[in-house]
Design a protein around this ligand. Structure first.
Ligand code: DX5
Ligand code: ZN
Length: 221
């Protein structure tokens, strides 16, 4: 198995055929399910609700990776507490008390991730490294599938890797989310991305079958 993890973004599948899509995704040999939870305020969209997440837990053995894109993170973290969730990332831009929120995520038994928008400086996460299990570097402005990678993305991933290493946190992995395409993957991985959120740019690309896309993805890694 490759050291780079593949996390399909489940907001990209047909919501009316979610369970059959889940079974097809499981058969692809992927590493975790990326679940985007949006509130229509922090980002101007809200494609998936907590109902689907709650229903998903008992129906799959794959790890569940929740990416919160919400204004009130603490409210959502408490709602996730009774659910089977393996890791939760919160955006630095909407967490007033980021340190406390991250500590709470670990307290409820999940790995804690900090997500950072394209324009936000890496210094925003410099003092929470003790609290996190991974960093989610956004390579598009969050909210929608099918966008183009923002221009500084590769530099940002590399700078994040360097910041973590220089601070003595070489073990903290970087997840990359947004326009993780066959074309962009090599540079993303070279810069330090080790957990790739796969959406319409790769696994769910319409030009080929999902399994052909996964094979192609693995070849580019
Ligand atoms: C939002 C999502 C999207 C998306 C990724 O956080 O995770 O970034 O589904 O898929 P692409 O960008 O390939 O459509
Ligand atoms: Zn996401």
């Amino acid at each position: 198995k490759s050291l780079v993890l593949i996390s399909p973004s489940m907001m990209c599948v047909d919501p009316l055929n979610f369970e059959s899509a889940l079974r097809r995704v499981e058969a692809l040999g992927v590493d975790m399910l990326h679940i985007d939870i949006m509130d229509g305020h922090f980002v101007p969209n809200a494609p998936m609700g907590l109902g689907i997440l709650e229903a998903l837990g008992p129906k799959t053995d794959l790890p569940i990776d929740v990416h919160l894109m919400v204004q009130d993170n603490d409210f959502f973290v408490e709602l996730l507490e009774p659910m089977r969730v393996d890791q939760i990332s919160v955006h630095v831009e909407s967490c007033t008390h980021l340190d406390r929120t991250l500590a709470r995520i670990r307290e409820i038994g999940a790995k804690a991730g900090v997500a950072i928008n394209p324009a936000t400086p890496l210094s925003a996460i410099a003092y929470v490294l003790e609290r996190i299990d991974y960093v989610l570097v956004m390579t598009v402005n969050p909210g929608y599938a099918g966008q183009k990678m923002t221009p500084a993305s590769i530099r940002k991933i590399a700078d994040c890797r360097k910041m973590l290493d220089d601070a003595g946190y070489g073990e903290i992995p970087i997840q990359v989310d947004g326009n993780v395409s066959f074309e962009n993957i090599p540079a993303m991985v070279r810069a330090g991305g080790v957990n790739l959120v796969a959406g319409t740019s790769s696994i769910f690309h319409r030009d080929a079958s999902w399994s052909e896309n996964v094979v192609k993805m693995k070849q580019t890694i």
